[in-house]
Ligand binder design. Structure first.
Ligand SMILES: Nc1nc2c(ncn2[C@@H]2O[C@H](COP(=O)(O)OP(=O)(O)O)[C@@H](O)[C@H]2O)c(=O)[nH]1
Ligand SMILES: [Mg+2]
Length: 439
């Protein structure tokens, strides 16, 4: 036999059937999310972990109402169901009650697929009494498929009471703090050890639906309810995050202990010392950038302090990407240091908007008992003398002419600041808030 043998052409490769249930676009179509600007939240996780009751609680819907999610052991949800908020201000958020996950962690890929969790903008993974392998597997699948997620430990009212009983606690507040610290550390540790999840992937909200349903009666159990609600109401759908203009970003810099964190906490309405707030500590100073989402359109960025003298102003601006900010707030005490003036000046030369904030003015304002007129005069004096000192420094830099300075007392930034505090220490807080919140 001679001649050349022609090789038989191989059969065309069989196209790998992509599982439709892991396709975001198909999932979004299935849940009628397609083409709509809706922030969709999958409330998923363990059976009887309080998912449905939480959905009713945050919607402000009574369990007995016709449009309520069925609650209780005999009402395990069979399929994913959509719930909207009756409040028209929250109509852009849809909550999806997902059936409980199975104990069999191997089947979790099935759970993720079956309920098309890839379609959602965020998954709240509800954890029962302890974190289980299935929760960790679920988180890993969410990471793999790009779905942001948070862990939620519900029914904390019961858990606090159990803690009280088990540890013979003397009062509820102490028991609550001890419980909260212990359970957070334990859960994070497990998430890290068993699942290799990083800190940023193991955020846990401790909540009780009871607190949300009836804050007057159950307020004593409050832990992270407000922060979870804030998270849900300040996020954008994933597609919007990619295509729409990014939120305004406002940077806070200045000397260590200059009042940056207190100012951020005041704007966020978070008390100093709270775990969700910026760290206020007279012994340590943050050296990395921290971000805090104030609302859907505004992110506050705490920048590293400006005391690292070997870092030139130009490098400070470059290293911490100040060019990406919409506004740079230089937080100072009584005097503006030359270094901060130089940073502000260089920022202005690079077309970055700047303002100065003279913080902690309450420390220099002794209240004059029951004499508002005298206090007004005190405030005027403080502002005039300080502003003059300030301006002397500021005006030596041509790029800083016209840059505004706000005088504030952190306590008066909080929405719930008392009338007396406002009278004694209130200065430019409202103007500052307007500046930060305006477009
Ligand atoms: N005390 C207390 N009970 C809760 C809380 N959340 C849910 N439960 C109860 O736990 C049971 C299961 O709740 P459900 O919402 O149906 O869980 P799901 O299966 O995750 O949807 C019900 O009896 C609820 O009343 C809570 O925050 N506190
Ligand atoms: Mg349910």
């Amino acid at each position: 036999m001679g001649g050349t043998e022609t090789k038989p052409t191989p059969p065309p490769p069989v196209p790998v059937q992509e599982d439709e249930r892991l396709n975001r676009a198909s999932g979004r179509q299935y849940f009628s999310l397609d083409g709509k600007i809706i922030f969709s939240v999958a409330v998923c996780g363990q059976m009887s972990s309080g998912k449905s009751r939480f959905i009713n609680a945050i919607r402000g819907v009574d369990e007995s109402a016709a449009n309520a999610a069925p609650v209780g052991e005999y009402h395990e949800t069979q399929e994913v169901k959509k719930y909207a908020f009756p409040d028209p201000g929250l109509s852009h958020i849809w909550l999806f009650d997902v059936p409980g996950s199975s104990r069999d962690s191997v089947k979790n890929e099935e759970y993720f697929k079956e309920h098309q969790l890839v379609a959602f903008d965020c998954a709240l993974i509800f954890v029962g009494s302890i974190i289980r392998d299935e929760d960790i597997e679920l988180a890993k699948l969410a990471i793999k498929h790009g779905v942001p997620f948070k862990f939620v430990l519900s029914k904390c009212d019961q858990r606090i009471e159990d803690h009280e009983y088990d540890h013979n606690a003397t009062d509820r507040e102490t028991a609550k703090k001890a419980f909260s610290k212990k359970i957070t550390a334990k859960t994070r540790n497990q998430l890290h050890k068993k699942g290799g999840l990083a800190m940023s992937q193991s955020e846990i909200f401790l909540i009780s639906s009871r607190v949300i349903e009836n804050p007057d009666v159950y307020g004593q159990y409050r832990i992270d309810e407000d922060y979870l609600l804030r998270y849900i109401t300040t996020q954008e759908p994933l597609e919007v995050q990619i295509t729409q203009k990014r939120p305004r970003s406002i940077g806070f810099c200045g000397t260590g202990k200059g009042g940056k964190s207190s100012l951020i906490n005041g704007l966020m309405g978070v008390p100093n010392g709270d775990k969700w707030g910026a760290i206020v500590d007279q012994y340590s100073e943050n050296t990395t950038k921290q971000k805090y989402k104030l609302n859907r359109l505004t992110t506050l960025v705490e920048l590293p302090h400006t005391d690292q003298l070997e870092e030139t102003p130009r490098n400070y601006i470059k290293n911490h990407r100040l060019d990406q900010l919409d506004l740079l707030v230089l937080v100072t005490r009584e005097m503006v240091r030359k270094r901060d003036l130089e940073i502000a000046n260089t920022a202005r030369q690079n077309n970055i908007n700047c303002i100065f904030v003279r913080s902690a003015c309450d420390r220099d304002l002794k209240p004059t008992a029951h004499n508002p007129e005298e206090q007004k005069a005190n405030k005027r004096r403080l502002k005039e003398t300080d502003l003059e000192k300030y301006m002397r420094g500021i005006e030596t830099y041509p790029a800083l002419v016209g840059v505004k300075c706000y005088f504030v007392s952190s306590c008066c930034i909080y929405e719930n600041c008392s009338a007396e505090n406002k009278r004694d220490f209130g200065l430019d807080e409202d103007e500052l808030k307007e500046k930060i919140l305006s477009d």
